[in-house]
Ligand binder design. Structure first.
Ligand code: FMN
Length: 167
């Protein structure tokens, strides 16, 4: 899958809406992820409303790309799951699936971390009036890359990180 190697964080976007079928594929890819006991601890807020995306930019000092993005997603972590120790890992897999599908469809995205118990979590909880049953896991800015070389391969392979048969 070439998109694994070409996916990069894209922070500048064309002023072009993301087609509904691509949004649908992105969400289907996310929900196709593996999860502990198949618990699927995810929900998604999809945001294409300009003013809401602009307000979302205030959730973090590292979210300045949001006002330029035509689309944003907040991945939510459902609470009270069967295997709570593994929900973050499940959500990481869903997030990566989502980002890779976006690359397949010619789009770019950037993942912005929230962090449990942080001010960012409090901001998002208030902004979307989230119930106690869900917590924000990550925010994603999405759009067509303004730079055509945006999703560009960089080699991160490091042989020293690989251990065969023993550490
Ligand atoms: C959990 C997580 C949190 C991140 N938070 C931010 C962020 O707040 N703002 C941002 O611009 N990039 C953020 N990134 C993107 C990373 O900076 C980026 O993935 C990393 O530098 C590697 O570059 P690449 O995505 O282009 O391969 C985050 C990535 C992850 C996985």
């Amino acid at each position: 899958m070439n998109s694994i190697f070409t996916r990069r964080s894209v922070r500048k976007y064309l002023d072009k809406a993301v087609e509904p079928e691509k949004i649908d594929r992105m969400l289907r890819a996310a929900m196709q992820a593996p999860s502990a006991t198949n618990q699927q601890p995810w929900e998604f807020i999809v945001i294409d409303d300009r003013r809401t995306i602009d307000r979302l930019a205030d959730f973090s000092p590292y979210a300045k790309m949001l006002p330029g993005a035509p689309l944003a997603v907040v991945i939510l972590e459902k609470q009270d799951m069967r295997a709570p120790l593994f929900t973050e890992q499940d959500l990481g897999a869903a997030a990566q699936n989502m980002m890779l599908q976006l690359v397949e469809d010619g789009l770019g995205s950037v993942w912005m971390g929230v962090g449990r118990g942080t001010e960012r979590e409090a901001f998002l909880t208030e902004m979307f009036a989230l119930p106690e049953t869900v917590k924000p896991f990550g925010v994603f800015a999405i759009g067509y890359p303004a730079d055509e070389n945006a999703n560009k391969f960089v080699d991160r392979y490091e042989e020293t990180r690989v251990h065969w048969n023993k550490y």
